[in-house]
Design a binder for this molecule. Structure first.
Ligand code: UDP
Length: 249
């Protein structure tokens, strides 16, 4: 049973105060397709446990999550939060969702722009994506290493490419803020923040083997390969603690 307090609207369920969309992968892709065709600009976020912890002390990120057109449950922690609210959900991760969006874009001729990661990575990712999804129209790429004060300047460079789907891979919360701040300039139909996804496509970062993913140990695999991930990983016990000690209203 879904309790009153978790039901924010027909499709959003509160996980520690962040409204997460009750969607599976097919539904998320379908909704994004509708958003692209709606004519307006929309932000889509893939919320993982660290994002929800960050949002607790970042009111701007909280507002972005609340106003996003779609907030997918990206991590097992968020899926657990949904389960606590009586909702059975599967993960809809940035990497998997983006792959489906590339497929959709290739089928429907949507214009895709890739922004984020270190110089050269978005280009390498684009090459690989074109092989995986023949016919896809990747209209441009840009690296993700510039200060927030240059957001407007970078947006002016992206805008002439008229992307339907803007993929932003700069990590939470930088990517969500970039999309929100530059939406009036770039006017993409959908801007989506996807973390380290371009590193994965470029071949620079590999996902954990399926068995490790199934054991729910992908976080440990990532920390071993990239110790910089430790800060983010440290947020997982905090997320679990917050969920376990959440007071019922
Ligand atoms: N990144 C970036 N600009 C920055 C900081 C990071 O483009 O100023 C990129 C980084 O190179 C990596 C991605 O953002 O490709 C962050 O990946 P991570 O897996 O840490 O993101 P998460 O999904 O964990 O938020």
């Amino acid at each position: 049973m879904v309790t009153e307090r978790h039901q924010i609207d027909g499709e959003r369920i509160s996980v520690l105060g962040i409204p997460v969309s009750n969607v599976n992968m097919d539904r998320a892709v379908d909704l994004i397709d509708q958003l692209v065709q709606s004519g307006d600009s929309h932000i889509v976020t893939t919320a993982d446990s660290s994002g929800i912890v960050i949002a607790k002390s970042d009111p701007e990120l909280t507002t972005i999550y609340k106003e996003a057109s779609l907030v997918t449950p990206d991590s097992y922690g968020v899926v657990w939060g949904l389960k606590k609210a009586g909702i059975r959900a599967d993960r809809v991760t940035g990497v998997d969702l983006v792959d489906r969006l590339f497929k959709l874009s290739a089928e429907k001729g949507y214009r895709v722009f890739l922004l984020g990661a270190e110089p050269g990575i978005a280009d390498a990712a684009a090459e690989r994506i074109r092989l995986l999804h023949p016919g896809i129209n990747i209209v441009g790429t840009h690296h993700g290493y510039f200060p927030a004060t240059d957001d407007e300047f970078v947006a002016q460079e992206v805008a002439p490419h008229k992307p339907d789907i803007l993929i932003v891979a700069m990590g939470i919360p930088r990517q969500e803020k970039f999309i929100t701040h530059t939406m009036p300039i770039i006017k993409a139909k959908v801007g989506i923040g996807v973390g380290g996804t371009l590193d994965v496509y470029s071949g620079r970062a590999k996902r954990a083997p399926k068995l490790i993913q199934k054991m729910r140990m992908e976080w440990l695999w990532r920390v071993i390969l990239n110790p910089k991930k430790l800060t983010k990983t440290m947020m997982l016990p905090r997320f679990a603690w917050m969920l376990l000690t959440e007071k019922k209203k």
